[in-house]
Design a protein around this ligand. Structure first.
Ligand code: A2P
Length: 275
């Protein structure tokens, strides 16, 4: 599996498996399927409600812990420093693990204005070695700059909505400047119209690949970490089969033209759902 090196030296698989909206009861079999197919990085979150199922699959799989890369996330209600520490312990207990590879603040929730407190708790968790790396999710430039100004630790990762309809060029440039890895959620645009886009389908035909594989390859060539979600065994395997072709300059410029500021999910500056 192709990896990238985070700003603290940890290596992370560039392609992982996301489990948003996978119910806990299904997570065990879906993650088992993904591990059998060859995924080694699994992305969950406390709010997904499936850490137990994910943990069972990980522990049942027989894959050595050091070969796995496990990400989970701190929920919006737990930003106060001590709440964050307790929430982390609860996630570890549900996963049945003694460390995670990556722990992320799920959303900044600017209306509550506690994400700097939460970030200080993340620093402590990282210092204790119970998360090998810590980062954020859904932070925009303003939120990141506040962390830089008020704390000493740069996030290893910012996981944000990113796909060809919403490629986040400016945020990616800021990440590059600070050596923050860009991780894409909904990398396939949630499988909606994007995967029927005529130009992606045409590029796929040229390479003998599907539109989904073209989109994943685009992410990889941009340097993004990508975590497609699927509950369909054939797609779980298909989404891993993206290392045997390369998009050329013409393909990349056609994909660059698809940018339409097409955000699907909430705006992180106003999102304050507490679950
Ligand atoms: P399903 O889980 O039913 O297989 P994203 O990761 O961008 O959020 O996209 C996830 C959505 O895209 C899911 O609805 C998933 O459907 C669908 N999907 C995942 N992989 C593929 C694929 N290779 N081809 C078509 N749709 C896919």
């Amino acid at each position: 599996m192709q990896t990238i090196t985070l700003n603290n030296g940890l290596t992370m698989p560039q392609l992982g498996f996301g489990v948003w909206q996978v119910p806990d009861a299904e997570a065990r079999s879906v993650v088992a399927e993904a591990l059998r197919a060859g995924y080694r990085s699994i992305d969950t979150a406390a709010i997904y409600g499936n850490e137990q199922g994910v943990g069972l699959a990980l522990r049942d799989s027989g894959v050595p812990r050091e070969d796995l890369f496990v990400t989970t996330k701190l929920w919006n209600t737990e930003h106060a420093h001590d709440d964050a520490l307790r929430a982390f312990d609860a996630s570890l207990a549900r996963l049945g693990l003694d460390y995670v590879d990556l722990y992320l603040i799920h959303w900044p929730v600017p209306s509550r204005d506690r994400y700097v407190d939460a970030w200080r708790a993340m620093e402590k968790i990282a210092a204790d070695g119970r998360a090998k790396a810590v980062g954020v999710s859904n932070f925009n430039a303003k939120h990141l700059e506040r962390l830089f100004a008020e704390t000493g630790l740069v996030p290893a990762v910012n996981q944000v909505e990113l796909h060809p309809y919403f490629p986040q060029a400016r945020l990616r440039a800021l990440h590059a400047e600070h050596r923050i890895a860009t991780e894409a959620w909904s990398p396939l645009g949630q499988g909606r119209g994007l995967l029927e886009d005529a130009s992606l389908v045409a590029i796929g035909k040229k390479h003998g690949k599907t539109a989904a594989q073209v989109v994943l390859r685009w992410h990889l060539q941009l340097g993004n970490v990508v975590i497609p979600k699927s509950v369909t065994p054939e797609r779980i395997r298909q989404n891993l089969d993206v290392f045997d072709f390369t998009l050329d300059a013409e393909d990349l410029s056609a994909i660059a033209e698809l940018d339409r500021g097409g955000r699907i999910g909430p705006d992180p500056d106003t999102f304050d759902w507490m679950g």
